[in-house]
Write a protein that binds this ligand. Structure first.
Ligand code: ZN
Length: 228
């Protein structure tokens, strides 16, 4: 498989496809679909209804999230999930605060189509919506599904790259990654590709990001929980 920088940074989704024929279906890498279907079937057998809230996400979308947070137009939370007054922080403090919850555009594993955020549709009450918060998965309505997921994903070829807080990305018990395809992506990806994508993007904090890219790459891109 030959992979180009545009595919690895969310700027070319031509190798991806919708996971099902429904309108607005998440787009995923073709190499993920069979294992995902088996995982979904196992979830169904266990009494859950495993759905994908988010699969592929384009660079442009991640850029809009980033710039919105950097400018204080979208909320940014601190380590205790309280809103931060980001416009009073220095540029490098803003970068660090955003990176805890949102990937740098070009560096999201959602760009690859190998990673997805999953939930149990059966656990969502008719008047509720999914929030994707640690509380929801640890002790809230998604807790039973979350513990099933943790015990079963590896048997179907997936892992939870953000299962634990390792000082980079916050814990995301809903984020699963297809082991073989994502490891091909990560090996083909590089800090240079990321630097090029950032250099050419209309991104807030560009100078600060580029100055800190060594640290950002080792703390947020390659700092993953082990495959179990
Ligand atoms: Zn995710």
């Amino acid at each position: 498989m030959s992979l180009r920088a545009a595919q690895l940074t969310g700027q070319d989704a031509s190798a991806l496809q919708p996971m099902n024929p429904r309108p607005n279906a998440p787009w995923l890498h073709q190499g993920v679909l069979e294992d995902l279907a088996a995982l979904q079937q196992a979830a169904t057998d266990a009494g859950f209804n495993l759905r994908v809230a988010s699969g592929y996400r384009a660079f442009e979308r991640q850029l809009a999230i980033w710039n919105g947070k950097f400018n204080g137009e979208k909320p940014v939370l601190d380590a205790n999930s309280h809103p931060l007054d980001i416009i009073h922080l220095s540029e490098s403090e803003r970068v660090k605060a955003i990176l805890r919850w949102s990937a740098l555009p070009g560096a999201s594993r959602h760009h690859w189509g190998t990673d997805m955020d999953v939930f149990d549709q059966n656990a969502i009450a008719p008047n509720q919506s999914l929030a994707l918060t640690p509380h929801e998965y640890d002790s809230g309505p998604q807790a039973a599904f979350s513990s099933w997921l943790e015990d079963n994903v590896s048997a179907f070829g997936f892992f939870l790259p953000y299962a634990k807080d390792q000082g980079g990305v916050a814990r995301e018990p809903w984020h699963i990654s297809h082991i073989t395809t994502s490891s091909i992506m990560l090996s083909a990806f590089s800090q240079n590709m990321l630097a090029t994508a950032i250099t050419h993007a209309p991104i807030c904090g560009k100078h600060t990001i580029l100055n800190q890219l060594d640290w950002i790459y080792s703390t947020y891109v390659t700092n993953l929980c082990e495959v179990e």
